[in-house]
Write a protein that binds this ligand. Structure first.
Ligand code: SAM
Length: 243
């Protein structure tokens, strides 16, 4: 008879600093919003630079993390993936949902650079789908010869439609964006366009036609937009009150 292995103690090796301060608006997978940047700050004793020696030779890495923003234990045997419009169910293990028995996530992201600063080591990342303060439990290089499976069958999760919504800015929002780009957030407009263009609304919103205004938090900003059909208009970019 099989005996259960002893419980494993898993300690975070670091934490993600992300432009995404809330779950709403975060891309559904890495790479969908190329301009989504963040960094992984390594904790002592894993911040010894020797531990990432040669990692810079890889363009992409796997980040293995905990879905810390989800209520522990809140998972079901079946989930409704947004890719299926949020109204068809598949088994939790046939999904990439963050609500699962062990709340572990995997994301292959671009490694821009490795920096030693403030007495620790930072990995600068691009194309992330990670919430700010996400605990990271491991890093592995992305190895194309093995990880890129050309003949893989993609089940219900085929290539997502890019730029589902066409995005425009009101003159006022555009002006705020330009000012912010000059002083603090370079390429902000492009980032907002990419995020909103991917349609961050949960699938079931497609069915709830009466809701048209949405807000998301990006960096220290509240971004507000309105959706009509396939058109999204960014009408306000405001500094968050608590910043
Ligand atoms: N690429 C990962 C995977 O496949 O395991 C994550 C996929 S999951 C569908 C992506 C979503 O998880 C994001 O859109 C965001 O809403 C959510 N998310 C990201 N980081 C999170 C965190 N630390 N806690 C809870 N939810 C998170």
């Amino acid at each position: 008879m099989m005996t259960e292995p002893a419980a494993l103690e898993i300690k975070p090796i670091g934490v993600i600093h992300s432009c995404f301060k809330e779950k709403f608006g975060i891309p559904r997978q890495p790479g969908l919003v190329a301009g989504a940047r963040g960094s992984l700050e390594l904790f002592s004793p894993y911040n010894d630079i020797t531990m990432v020696s040669a990692l810079e030779t890889f363009s992409h890495i796997w980040i293995i993390f905990l879905f810390h923003g989800n209520e522990p234990g809140k998972w079901g045997r079946m989930v409704r993936p947004p890719r299926l419009g949020g109204n068809r169910r598949v088994g939790v293990f046939a999904s990439r949902s963050g609500f699962r028995p062990n709340p572990v996530g995997i994301s292959a992201v671009q490694l821009e650079s490795i920096e030693q600063a403030k007495g620790t080591t930072f990995l600068h990342l691009k194309g992330i789908d990670l919430l700010d303060q996400t605990p990271v439990i491991d890093i592995k290089p992305y190895v194309p010869y093995s990880d890129r499976i050309m003949e893989a069958v993609d089940g219900y999760a085929d290539q997502p439609e890019r730029e589902k919504l066409s995005v425009s800015f009101t003159a006022e929002a555009d002006a705020v964006c330009q000012t912010l780009e000059a002083v603090k957030h370079p390429a902000l407009k492009r980032l907002i366009k990419e995020i909103v263009g991917n349609d961050p609304r949960p699938g079931y919103y497609a069915l709830k036609k009466n809701e048209s205004e949405f807000g998301m938090v990006l960096f220290d900003l509240n971004i507000r937009f309105q959706v009509t059909g396939h058109q999204a208009v960014i009408f306000a970019i405001e500094k968050k009150n608590d910043e």
